[in-house]
Structure formats: structure tokens, C-alpha cells
Design a protein around this ligand. Structure first.
Ligand code: MOS
Length: 746
């Protein structure tokens, strides 16, 4: 066994890439350059629906001799993709948006022309001088006027489960329930605004080989996209996403800046860089607006007898973008009568995109608000109501759970928050002119494994290299992979060199769904196991070896030796084994992925309990979140420091969702009115006060080979409801429409 001070996994190790990041040496997609390279800028549509009649670029051309090309639907090079139905692995069913395909305008801000010039400034200014004449059609962008046109998505999006069939007699049970509540919940669009803008730098190399630095959550998905769209072979296309400045799901799909930069680079046989403007981030990817209805019935003790949850969610005209919104309501609590429906409605808007805990963050806002309402109806504490309805299995699929330490989240979270001091009655807690409200909610997210490979190389001198096409979107992938290899091979984590974020490394899926730590981590662990096996095989060539009869499970690597775990004196130096075999290094691959057999009987989720304190200035209608406790059960925690950062970030996004973030559309023009960070408010420092992240102990040997469940998304789940519930407790006002802005509180 390893003594504690030798442990690498579970250590609160600072990011190994931190020095590079804080000194500006970690280069992001837009930070790669070459002398004489070209720069791109897009012209964005100023209508939400219609047709391009004319694009006039004469003035721009006259003013800027440095223009290399201006692409429109009339002159763009023929990308093979424009006529084929190929889709990348992250595309929802439908007809993927293809920039410059034709004269149609499908959404506000759609790029209608792309300028390439000798400098960024010239490209941008030339783009501003291009005028476009449109035939304008009346757009439909208001979800609430389109509820009747709902439809059930025809084809399942890969990885997205449709709602389960109804169980029991939900309608009758609701009618006969002792306690009943019902409410409609509305969430507005929220646009992704990571620090790093979407950017692509294409370095055009000898023989037309492209080195593409792209802001993406998956280098290999982008590589496949480029190869398919432009009919290139894989050896001509290298995609690099070594550092990603946040993405939160917006970087799962290849975005139009990639298409434009590659198109221009191939056409002009030059290196091209294109970084979109912050304002254009609002035309790319967003958590979709949705309208939800939740009805809950309970018996006299508050035990759920009926759960009904319906959702109508926005999508574009051209794709059936889907999330898992309502399914959570069938598995969060024990209930035998459940009906869940999920429908889409089409608007003149870009296709929504996954935003941190897509579906769950939205669906749980409605369910967990409704649970809070029910607690007042029944007259019991909101936390007690959830405890009474605890369930130990996945009732949707009738599966066992790999683990569920949610009771510990409730208990330990409540203790840290001081929940027992809560006065039940709304408006009963105040200080000076401020009303104080305490609210809570449950969070759930799926713990998934995706196919992932990794290669580990161990040199005789103890140097270790880990390689995988995994991404680090700010989550800490570099660091945790180093820790896993370091512990398995017993070297300092600082000595492990991690090479990720490149399409020519071992195959890995996009980083998303909170699955990277479990998936790539297990692949690295498997590669290290293969190294141990190789060393053992080498040792056993010697008949006199003390390890002659040992199995790989019985040996460990310690201090540069392969040793018997039970008798650390019995061992042999790795350098000696390699020397004998004439090797200077050992290299092995490992892989991980979903276990189909196990998934037949087990489901796996992460859980959390979120407790929130708000203070509401009644005269100003101002709500401030002064305290949050997030108690999380997510299996094994590889690194408490990076893990805590994930939850902090998730909570902050949840507070943004609850109180601030809303892309405002003028439905007369169908245009987004606040497409800048001055008017689209993401939480600033002054909005964030005390956040206490607590991980409860949870052992799980089935969620993934290394016991990890993933943390990227659970932090945001339940937060919006906990805030809304706290605001109700403070003010007595139930607000079912996000974000909860001053006007709604007053
Ligand atoms: Mo996530 S929304 O799967 O990056």
C-alpha cells in the first residue's frame, strides 16, 4: 500500500500548466502566428429571416488594397460538404448549417460574407464597409407564441435518451392526490460566453499540410469535420487545441470560424487566422429557452404520488437540437405514477447548443422549484420532503445505481450551511432592510464513460510521458492525467509530461458530458497497468526472480523498482529489467469505454445538495446571493483543488442562470439586443460571495475503472432552483421565470 505522503491521486495539486497560463506562454487558438499571414473578418446578417438580394463590396475593395479575398454565397469555393449530408459526431439530426451555402438568412447574425486581408484591422474595417441588401421576411422568435406548434423530435440525437414511457396512472393519481401543486416555468436563452472567443489559426505548410489551431472541445472531431467538408485526407490535417479558454459545451461542435479559416487557407494557399468578435459569440451557441409545466401530487405525508413534467424547447428551423430535460423528474424521487413529455418548437434562430449540464440545469430548475412549492403545501421542511422521497434506484429504467451518496450530501451540506436554524415561514428572517431567504435543491447529472485511449511511455531514467487526444477545456485534464500516471508508476507528478490536445495522438472523444476524467483517466491507468505487465513479463524471464510466480495484481512499482506488494523487499530495478531486455523505454496503450453489459443493469449519476442564502432589498428589489454550500457526491476525487474549481465555476454559472443571464430578443426584428458583455450580464466579482464546496465520501467501483464519476457539470445543477426557492423564502414571492431580475421581484 502507498503511504499517504506518497499518494499523487487525491492530492490538491496545483495545475501543472498553471505557470504557462499565468505567464502567457500557453498559446490559445488565436495566439499562433506566422509572418505575412492573412486575417479574416465576417459580415453578419442584420436580419433574422429572409434572403440576400445584393452584397456590395466595391467601397471596401477600393479602400483596402490589402484585401486578399471576399467570399460570399456567390463566389465561395465549392466545399464538397455543401452538397452532402455528412455530419460530425456532435451534430443533432437535421441539416447542419453551412455558411455561405446560398442566399437564405436563417438567423440573426448569420455570417453572410467573409473578408480576408493582410491585417486584422484591415479585414475588420473592410467587413464594416460591405453593404448587404435583403428581402426581409417576418421572423418568429418568441417561444411563448409557438407552444402550439410543438413536435416530438423525429430522430433520437446520439447519446440523448428520449423521455421514458409513462408509468402507473399519473393523471388519475394527480387528481386524487392529497396535496397538489402545478406551475409553469419559463427560461430565456442564455448564450455561451467563455473567456476565449471562437478562433481558428490555419498554418498552411509545405505540400498543403494544414496545422489548425482551433478552439474546440475535440481535436479529432474537428479533424474529421475538416477532412469530410473539404475532401482532404487525414495526413493533410492536424488539429491542435492544446489550451482552451473555457467552452462549457459551445466548443463541442465545429463552428463557422473553422470553416471560413480553412476554406480561405485552401483557396489562397496561405495561412489564415480568424477570431470572431465578442458580439458574434451571441450568434453561435446558447442554452435554449424552454417552457415547462410541472405538476406534483403527494399523499398526506408528502410522499409523491404523481409527477407530471412537460417541456417545449426552442430549436432552429434546420436542426432538431435535443437535451435530456424531463427524464430527471422520473428518477430524482420515488414515485410510481409518472408522465414526462419533451417537445421542440422551431424558431428563426441559430441551433441551440449544449451548455454545462444541458437539459438537467433547465429541467431541475422546474422540478426543484416545484418540490419547494410542495414542501410549503405539505407544511414540512423542503429538505425533509426530499428525504421522504429518496429513491435507491433508477425508476425510469429500472436499474440499480452504481452509488448514490446523496443522503450524505443532504446531511453534511445542511450541517455546513446551518440549515437547522432556518425559520420555516417565508418573510420571517430579516436583518435591517434586508429580507433573508434560505433555499435548497437537489442536483443530478449523469456519470458517463466514453471511448478513450491513452499512451504512456516510461523511460529507464524514470521520465514518463502521457499522450492522448484528450482536451483540457480549463478543467484540469493535464494535471489529473499526470497524477494518475505518477501514482501508478511512482514518480513525482511534476515529472510526468502530459501531451494532449492534438488530433494525431491516441483516439479520444470530445471533452464533454463530464466524462473526460473518468474516461481518459481510466485509459491512462490501463496503459500504466500494461507497463507493469510488460515489466513483470521481463522479470519473469529470469527463473531466479523473486517475482517469478507473481501476478500483475500482486506487483507494484515503487522507487524505480517492480516489487511484490506484500513484501517490498522482493523486487527488481526497472532500469535493470530494461537494460537486460535492451530497451531504454517501455510504451503501452490503454483504453477505456462504456461497459455494455454492466450498463444493462446499472445506471450511474453524480448528485449534489445545494443550499443558498439570499438577501433581498425589498425597496430596490435587489437579490444578492450571500452564501452557497454545494455538497457533491461524485465518486473518487482525483484532485480536490481542480475539483473544487469545477464546482465553483458551476455554481457561478448557476447564479448567472438564476439572476442575470438572458439574451434579449426584439421579437419584431428577431434580433438579439444585448449581444455584448456590457448588457448581457454574467456574474462579476461583486455578484459572487461565499461559496463552500464540499465533497462527500463516495466509493464507486462501477461508474468507471478508476472510481471517478466526473465533476464538470454537477456544480450548476439545482443552483437556479435553490436561488428561486431562497427568494421565495425571503419574500413570499414565487418566481418561475429565469432570470430573476429586479422587475420580477418588485
Ligand atoms: Mo458539455 S455542455 O458536454 O461541454
Amino acid at each position: 500500500m502507498l503511504t499517504n505522503e506518497r499518494r499523487q491521486v487525491g492530492r490538491a495539486m496545483p495545475r501543472i500548466d498553471a505557470p504557462l497560463k499565468v505567464t502567457g506562454r500557453a498559446a490559445y487558438a488565436a495566439e499562433h502566428s506566422e509572418p505575412d499571414m492573412l486575417h479574416g473578418a465576417a459580415v453578419s446578417a442584420t436580419i433574422a429571416r429572409g434572403r440576400i438580394l445584393e452584397i456590395d463590396s466595391r467601397a471596401a475593395k477600393a479602400a483596402f488594397p490589402g484585401i486578399a479575398a471576399i467570399y460570399t454565397h456567390e463566389n465561395r469555393p465549392n466545399a464538397a460538404w455543401l452538397d452532402r449530408s455528412w455530419q460530425d459526431e456532435t451534430a443533432p439530426p437535421g441539416h447542419t448549417y453551412r455558411p455561405l451555402q446560398n442566399d437564405r438568412v436563417l438567423f440573426d447574425g448569420q455570417p453572410v460574407a467573409f473578408v480576408v486581408a493582410d491585417s486584422f484591422e484591415n479585414a475588420r474595417d473592410a467587413a464594416a464597409m460591405i453593404t448587404v441588401r435583403y428581402e426581409v421576411e417576418t421572423p418568429e422568435t418568441d417561444l411563448t407564441t409557438k407552444l402550439a406548434e410543438r413536435y416530438v423530435p423525429p430522430k433520437k440525437r446520439s447519446g440523448i435518451s428520449p423521455p421514458p414511457d409513462p408509468r402507473g396512472q399519473p393523471e388519475e393519481a394527480f387528481k386524487e392526490a392529497h396535496f397538489r401543486i402545478s406551475g409553469d416555468y419559463l427560461i430565456e436563452n442564455e448564450h455561451h460566453n467563455p473567456m476565449e472567443l471562437f478562433a481558428t489559426t490555419v498554418l498552411y505548410g509545405a505540400d498543403g499540410v494544414l496545422a489548425i489551431h482551433d478552439k474546440t472541445q475535440g481535436s479529432q472531431n474537428v479533424q474529421k469535420f475538416v477532412c469530410n467538408v473539404f475532401s482532404l485526407s487525414q495526413d493533410k490535417v492536424n488539429v491542435i487545441n492544446a489550451y482552451v479558454g473555457g467552452a462549457f459545451g459551445s466548443g463541442l461542435r465545429p463552428r463557422h470560424q473553422l470553416f471560413f479559416a480553412v476554406m480561405a487557407s485552401l483557396d489562397l494557399k496561405r495561412s489564415v487566422k480568424f477570431e470572431i468578435a465578442r458580439s458574434d459569440m451571441f450568434y453561435l451557441s446558447y442554452r435554449p429557452a424552454m417552457y415547462q409545466t410541472v405538476s406534483l401530487g403527494a399523499d398526506a405525508q408528502g410522499r409523491l404520488t404523481a409527477v407530471l413534467h412537460d417541456t417545449v424547447q426552442v430549436t432552429s428551423r434546420y436542426e432538431d437540437y435535443q437535451e435530456v430535460v424531463v427524464n430527471w423528474s422520473g428518477l430524482a424521487y420515488r414515485c410510481d405514477n409518472v408522465a414526462l413529455t419533451y417537445a421542440l418548437t422551431k424558431l428563426d434562430a441559430a441551433t441551440p447548443g449544449d451548455m454545462r449540464a444541458p437539459g438537467a440545469a433547465s429541467g431541475l430548475f422546474a422540478l426543484e422549484s416545484a418540490m419547494d412549492e410542495l414542501s410549503y403545501e405539505v407544511g414540512i421542511d423542503p429538505l425533509e420532503l426530499r428525504r421522504r422521497n429518496f429513491v435507491h434506484f433508477d425508476q425510469n429504467e429500472n436499474k440499480q445505481l452504481t452509488s448514490k451518496a446523496l443522503r450524505a450530501c443532504y446531511r453534511e451540506g445542511a450541517a455546513r450551511f446551518g440549515w437547522e436554524r432556518r425559520q420555516a415561514k417565508p418573510r420571517s428572517m430579516h436583518e435591517g432592510h434586508e429580507l433573508i431567504g434560505w433555499g435548497m435543491a437537489t442536483g443530478i447529472w449523469e456519470a458517463q464513460l466514453q471511448s478513450a485511449k491513452a499512451r504512456v511511455r516510461m523511460s529507464a531514467n524514470g521520465q514518463v510521458i502521457v499522450q492522448a487526444a484528450a482536451s483540457d477545456i480549463g478543467t484540469g485534464t493535464y494535471t489529473i492525467l499526470a497524477q494518475i500516471a505518477a501514482e501508478a508508476l511512482d514518480v513525482p507528478a511534476e515529472d510526468v509530461s502530459v501531451q494532449i490536445g492534438q488530433s494525431d495522438l491516441p483516439e479520444t472523444s470530445v471533452e464533454g458530458g463530464s466524462w473526460t476524467a473518468a474516461s481518459s483517466g481510466s485509459a491512462v491507468d490501463a496503459a500504466c497497468l500494461a507497463i507493469r505487465q510488460r515489466l513483470l513479463d521481463m522479470a519473469q524471464k529470469d527463473d531466479a526472480s523473486p517475482l517469478k510466480d507473481a501476478t500483475v495484481e500482486e506487483v507494484v512499482i515503487r522507487d524505480g523498482h517492480l516489487r511484490l506488494d506484500t513484501d517490498p523487499r522482493a523486487g527488481v530495478a526497472i532500469s535493470e529489467l530494461m537494460a537486460r531486455a535492451g530497451e531504454t523505454a517501455i510504451e503501452e496503450e490503454g483504453k477505456a469505454g462504456p461497459d455494455a453489459k454492466q450498463m444493462k443493469s446499472f445506471a450511474s449519476y453524480t448528485h449534489s445538495a445545494v443550499f443558498v442564502e439570499v438577501r433581498v432589498d425589498e425597496e430596490l428589489g435587489l437579490a444578492r446571493v450571500t452564501r452557497v454550500v454545494s455538497a457533491v457526491a461524485a465518486g473518487r476525487i482525483l484532485n480536490p483543488k481542480t475539483a473544487r474549481s469545477q464546482i465553483l465555476g458551476g455554481v457561478v454559472m448557476g447564479l448567472g442562470m438564476a439572476l442575470h443571464e438572458e439574451s434579449m430578443i426584439d421579437h419584431r426584428s428577431g434580433r438579439i439586443m444585448n449581444h455584448n458583455l456590457a448588457e448581457y450580464h454574467v456574474p462579476a466579482h461583486a455578484d459572487i460571495q461565499d461559496i463552500d464546496v464540499h465533497f462527500v465520501q463516495e466509493f464507486d467501483d462501477k461508474a468507471s475503472p478508476i472510481g471517478v464519476k466526473g465533476l464538470g457539470e454537477i456544480g450548476v445543477c439545482g443552483v437556479a432552483a435553490a436561488v428561486a426557492n431562497a427568494i421565495f423564502h425571503a419574500t413570499g414571492k414565487r418566481i418561475r421565470h429565469l432570470p430573476i431580475t429586479i422587475d420580477k421581484i418588485l
